[in-house]
Ligand binder design. Sequence first.
Ligand code: APR
Length: 240
Amino acid sequence: MKKLIEALKSSSCTVAMTGAGISTLCGIPDFRGPQGLYKQPDAERIFDIDWFDRDPSIYYRGTRELVYGMRKFKPGPVHLALKHLEDLGILDGIITQNIDMLHQKAGSSNVWEVHGSGLLHHCRRCGSRKTFDEICAMLDAGTEVPRCKCGGAYKPDITFFGEALPEQAFAASQELAIRAKTLLVLGTSLTVYPAAGLPRLTLQAGGKVFIVNGQPTALDDLAAARYDDLQTFADAVLAM
Ligand code: APR
């Protein structure tokens, strides 16, 4: 990782873009990796807005652990390594596709969640709001699909397939990607747009991209360097 570590030491603006791969080190399955969630039949319906409106129990059953079990998950080595880079004054921001809120739990600041999170839920019919903890309490009390008084189902503020990305988070992420002289792309297959297009903004603005991912990505040939293992990355950064 010598080339990556050298770049971190000399970069005037460094940004990290993270995906589900970094949370597999915390025991949370990713989507498309060898043991990914999408290996299960019909899994792609879980985060689909049309299926949610048709039958919200598909989402709530499919995410009982992944989203509503998340209180037991702790930040992993990569989350801690990025917090360490911030403490060293090296990291300027994090763009994450993850909905597990683990970067915030690790103490990172300037985190932009381009696919939202379950921190808030809104009623699909009247728009009334519930917090993550209120929804967890409803689920813990045995409710299969948390519903509003008006009868509408509560949906998390997670970007489902078929929905637009949160505007402010995506605009801030585009600005960060353009400003980045060094972009670390960590644990993402770079398959879901428009988020997957962000590293190209860095390249077009003359920045360098470093990829750490167990499987190949479409951007590998344009990366300044690519590595396979996230634990090795975290160890190297935590030793800085
Ligand atoms: N070391 C290195 N790479 C790893 C490790 C590891 N320990 N664990 C997993 N990976 C890699 C996998 O090989 C995979 O290529 O992390 C990548 C995770 O890719 P995905 O599962 O596709 O996750 P992500 O890219 O974040 O998905 C993007 O898709 O389902 C939607 O909205 C959801 O935000 C998500 C988006």
